[in-house]
Design a protein. Structure first.
Length: 138
């Protein structure tokens, strides 16, 4: 994956002699099977697959995501806030369209689940006490 780094389009450079352009280097020398170019400013994502030694531009699905067969995942653009930055981010979705969470999101989700369980237990305890039942004796 390339994050667009300048306005001269070096990610698309096909210079055929040293120093090689990035496009040519990835396509002809390294033969990287999937080449993604992402512009975090505009949110534009392009994905190319290496087919018979040449990159072929892929079309996104109806959700504007690209299926990456070798990973069994969709790659797409998500807009939101992360790490004090609001903007466009690359994200992964599973084959069923479920967004894969970042570590911090998973921790937050688990904390929320634990809080809900704690509140449920507190309500149950209060109910038992209101019915004259000692919860510790059960």
């Amino acid at each position: 994956m390339e994050f667009l780094s300048d306005t001269k389009g070096s990610e698309y450079s096909t210079i055929s002699k040293y120093p090689y352009g990035k496009w040519r280097f990835y396509e002809q020398i390294l033969q990287v099977p999937v080449y993604a170019i992402f512009d975090p400013k505009s949110g534009e994502l392009e994905v190319y697959l290496l087919v018979s030694g040449q990159y072929t531009k892929q079309e996104p699905d109806a959700n504007s995501r690209f299926w990456i067969e070798s990973m069994g995942l969709f790659l797409g653009v998500w807009s939101g806030k992360k790490s004090q930055r609001t903007g466009y981010w690359l994200r992964w979705w599973d084959e069923n369209g479920n967004l894969l969470l970042w570590g911090a999101e998973r921790v937050e989700q688990e904390q929320q689940r634990a809080d809900e369980e704690r509140q449920r237990a507190d309500r149950l305890m209060a109910y038992l006490i209101s019915q004259g039942i000692d919860p510790d004796a059960i």
